[in-house]
Design a protein around this ligand. Sequence first.
Ligand code: ADP
Ligand code: 5GP
Length: 207
Amino acid sequence: MSENRPEKGSLTVVSGFSGAGKGTIMKALLSRYEGYALSVSMTTREPREGEVNGREYFFVSQEEFDRTIEEGGFLEYAKYVKHSYGTPRRYVEDQIAAGKDVLLEIEVQGAMQILKKMPEANTVFVTTPSAEELKKRLRGRGTETEESVAGRLARAVEETEFIPYYQHLLINDDLDEAVGKLHALIQDSKKRQAFVEQFREDLKNIG
Ligand code: ADP
Ligand code: 5GP
């Protein structure tokens, strides 16, 4: 490692059923610990009440989204239910280079694209303890129409098929506990990676 370059950060993909608590966990993780950077995605969906452009998402038109695809500006992108979502490439690359532990809160198709490009990424799938609890939280959030709740639950059934591709399953029962577990597994994964990198260097030099 060069003397004046910061240690490279890590990349963690957090996916999970809509309503499982990903957003809530991310917020708590960022407020509780230092060193994390949450990527803000672009989406073509309408902002929910209380959401701010540039904070939860960059809310854009389909035209702007398509232009960003053409310019190669996304690290990954996908359609979810009726809208497009994508991760702006630049921010993620810059933050990792600056030593941050970058978090992507994205759905399963995007996660698979990231794994192909960056197999070293850490992957976590968030679920509620039960299907009943998922429906309850999704409704309780009060942001979705009944049609949207049904669409998201139907999508959740399809998403279960992707869970085996994730390294970790995080059951979000008690919020504080889930946040602590996520932090621990990200830090463990970093240590593992550092160990492997050091081992490889040592092997090369051992002759
Ligand atoms: P997601 O980002 O996965 O769609 P949210 O973070 O919006 O989910 O959470 C969905 C709803 O569940 C919100 O109303 C949130 O306050 C609630 N919630 C999140 N985590 C928990 C938890 N551990 N226990 C109970 N309710 C939770
Ligand atoms: P929501 O509309 O509830 O904010 O998000 C719907 C789904 O899109 C969630 O599963 C969320 O994780 C996912 N999502 C948010 N941003 C991105 C992104 O940049 N790329 C992909 N592939 N999925 C995203």
